[in-house]
Design a protein around this ligand. Structure first.
Ligand SMILES: C[S@@+](CC[C@H](N)C(=O)[O-])C[C@H]1O[C@@H](n2cnc3c(N)ncnc32)[C@H](O)[C@@H]1O
Length: 206
């Protein structure tokens, strides 16, 4: 089955989760991975789908064993596991990232996200960002693409989490055209136990 067809089929079955009718193109994969090199160290990819960004990460020199692929769709996770046997493919909801150990405890240098954050509730987005930044070293960056006209993480959430977002590029050669944002900590984070509460109720489990 072609990647485009299997992606479309997954979208038909679960349009809110998959959130796109076809995989990202090469041009978007180039932009979202443009700041990542072999020296970045471990990279976490959220929502890899059929692996459009995974291929670009490997082409940029990230070692397969330094990749954690976090995918909620079983149809995609099974194929990713088969195609990238040395990567850590986790069939799970990205909101649970905080609870898993990756790379033997080594911090990641970057997170590349294909998640449909615009259709997620704020509590879920907070859990994903907290999990992602908890797994990265302080200078690590979270890359998120969007089809929308602005950063898909609302300013109020960025402020609450002490993060800042910058648009690093975009491409018209994607269906639909897309932009990429780099999100970083404004200041290095204190350890989790010293951090103030976000002010929102704890994200429900499940
Ligand atoms: C818009 S697609 C992007 C796929 C791929 N990165 C690309 O650009 O072609 C969204 C992907 O995120 C996955 N996804 C959605 N919600 C998720 C979640 N909570 N945790 C992990 N993966 C999720 C979907 O299954 C799908 O593979």
């Amino acid at each position: 089955m072609s990647e485009t067809y299997s992606f479309f089929r997954a979208w038909l079955l679960d349009p809110l989760r998959v959130a796109a009718v076809m995989p990202s193109g090469q041009a978007l994969a180039q932009v979202i991975t443009s700041e990542i090199t072999a020296g970045t160290g471990p990279v976490i990819e959220l929502g890899p789908g059929t692996g459009a960004f995974t291929r670009a990460l490997l082409a940029r020199g990230v070692r397969e064993e330094d990749l954690a692929l976090v995918e909620f769709g079983s149809e995609f996770a099974v194929t990713l596991r088969r195609r990238y046997p040395r990567a850590h493919t986790l069939w799970m909801d990205a909101r649970r990232l905080q609870g898993v150990e990756l790379f033997g405890g080594r911090p990641a240098g970057a997170v590349v996200s294909g998640l449909p954050v615009l259709s997620m509730k704020p509590r879920k987005v907070i859990a994903i960002l907290e999990g992602a930044f908890g797994k990265m070293h302080p200078a690590g960056a979270f890359y998120q693409f969007t089809y929308g006209p602005a950063c898909p993480i609302p300013r109020i959430l960025l402020d609450r989490l002490g993060l800042k977002a910058i648009r690093i590029g975009g491409t018209l050669a994607n269906v639909p055209p897309a932009s990429v944002y780099r999100i970083r900590q404004r200041q290095p984070r204190p350890p989790a136990q010293d951090r103030p509460a976000t002010g929102l109720p704890a994200a429900p489990r499940g």
